[in-house]
Design a protein around this ligand. Structure first.
Ligand SMILES: Cc1ncc(COP(=O)(O)O)c(C=O)c1O
Length: 455
């Protein structure tokens, strides 16, 4: 776009291609370049693909029927229907849902809901939220506070909430506790108990974590037993467990929700991104019966936003859920995810630059390293992750680049839409491997092209 653009860019001086058309899993920019979408937009948004006419038709019909009412005075049918659908989709003992616009709003709303429940239970002093290192929960101040992306937090230190604490990440590749799984006995999960005791059990409101990490540590997947221990600790101290399923929800990992890979149910699910497939901004909370019981005697959820339970946005999400269910996209994510893993292991994971490949379903992350044997990361000032992103665009592939945790190495994501076919995956993996090789030969000029062993 010309330098006369009036649109505030995220980075001044940076070139952003202008996308003018999208269909299925492909995008075209104003200069005629075609891209295959290897990340569903922001990791997990455009899950059902672009230009799905039935979503547009459903939204159009709802706009003409009734576009908006304020949730403070009126309820609406699409919101009621969507609440019932997502509660059923979530399984477990979830019983209610509420919808907002952005993921950050929903995270803030979950933290308020948890505290609100404690207030109704006569424990208003419970106001500390424990998060995890290597996490991201949104860009608003409380969401930033409970997350750990230093690049996003560093210029706002005075705004970060003191009512938040962190436990180490379940990061087995570089265990922050210096331990090895399974001998560690998921000590990183037991850190929650130690931290609760340190802060005073009666002061802690909630624990928040992504079941499988998104932006802040691509596809970092806690080992077996991790969330079972988290559940045990939360139950012991009356702490509510908020699972941020903004990336992992709605089929991304090959199950309806990420939490379902463990034998433990959270108390509140935070959802966004794939909920509306990117057609409209929409987020929400799916709330367990246990939390709802605190409100049932006439309790008030002291919160409210103008676009809460928006009828057109809820209609879009209903159409997206219809597609997910009718086309069996959760099963497709599991099936194509297994194929994606196999293809990544035989190509990308063998490259010297690929330190670790990790993930589940259609959510995969690669940690880029200078030396596979020592796991030495690249100097962050080299911007290797950004180079991969930019080279990907040149090669016609959209790759999401993670970054921002001061101690993290460069990492990138492959998380294609849930509608991908095996042929799409072949194309994505070929372009991804080519892109990594291109960058590798620039930053590791002595690399032979392929390394030994699988990452
Ligand atoms: C796990 C997670 N939580 C919260 C958010 C914040 O969502 P939003 O950008 O819609 O506010 C994001 C956004 O990337 C996310 O990945």
């Amino acid at each position: 776009m010309s330098s006369q653009s009036h649109l505030l860019p995220r980075v001044f001086g940076m070139h952003f291609p202008v996308i003018v058309r999208s269909e299925g899993i492909r995008l075209w920019d104003a200069e005629g370049n075609e891209y295959i979408d290897g990340t569903s937009g922001a990791i997990s948004v455009a899950s059902v693909g672009h230009a799905r006419r039935e979503v547009a038709d459903a939204m159009h019909a709802q706009v003409m029927r009734m576009a908006y009412v304020h949730d403070n005075e009126f309820h609406n049918e699409p919101a009621h229907r969507l609440a019932a659908r997502v509660v059923e989709f979530a399984g477990g003992d979830f019983s209610h849902a509420v919808f907002f616009s952005s993921g950050s709003e929903a995270v803030e709303s979950a933290i308020k809901l948890a505290h609100n429940a404690h207030v109704l239970n006569g424990q208003p002093q419970r106001n500390i939220v424990i998060g995890r290192k290597r996490s991201f929960h949104g860009a608003t101040f409380m969401a930033l506070s409970v997350g750990d992306v230093s690049a996003r937090k560093s210029i706002y230190p005075g705004y970060m909430s003191a009512a938040s604490a962190k436990i180490p990440a379940p990061y087995c590749y570089r265990c922050p506790l210096g331990k090895t799984y399974p001998e560690c006995n998921v000590a990183c999960a037991s850190e929650l108990e130690r931290t609760i005791l340190e802060l005073g059990p009666d002061n802690v409101s909630a624990f928040i974590a992504e079941p499988i990490v998104g932006a802040a540590a691509p596809a970092l997947t806690p080992p077996a037993g991790y969330y079972e221990e988290i559940r045990r600790v939360c139950d012991k101290y009356g702490v509510l467990w908020i699972a941020d399923e903004i990336v992992t929800g709605f089929g991304r990992t090959g199950r309806n929700f990420g939490y379902q890979h463990w034998d433990a149910q959270p108390d509140i699910l935070v959802v966004a991104k794939g909920l509306s497939g990117g057609y409209v901004p929409l987020s929400g909370l799916i709330i367990s019966e246990k939390v709802i019981r605190s409100f049932e005697a006439g309790g008030r959820y002291t919160h409210g936003l103008t676009y809460q339970n928006h009828p057109v946005a809820c209609t879009a999400a209903l159409a997206v859920l219809d597609i997910i269910e009718r086309e069996g996209l959760v099963a497709n994510a599991a099936k194509q995810g297994a194929y994606l893993e196999a293809r990544l292991r035989e190509t990308v994971a063998r490259l010297p630059i690929a330190g670790e490949l990790r993930g589940k379903g259609l959510l995969w992350g690669v940690e880029l390293v200078k030396d596979r044997a020592t796991k030495e990361p690249f100097d962050r000032s080299l911007g290797v992750g950004r180079k991969v992103h930019e080279q990907g665009l040149k090669n016609g592939l959209v790759i999401y680049q993670s970054g921002g945790s001061h101690y993290a190495s460069d990492e990138v994501f492959i998380s294609p839409p849930l509608i991908v076919t095996s042929a799409d995956i072949d194309e994505i993996v070929a372009k991804f491997a080519q892109t990594l090789e291109d960058v590798q030969s620039a930053v590791l000029p002595t690399a032979a092209g392929t390394g030994s062993g699988a990452a």
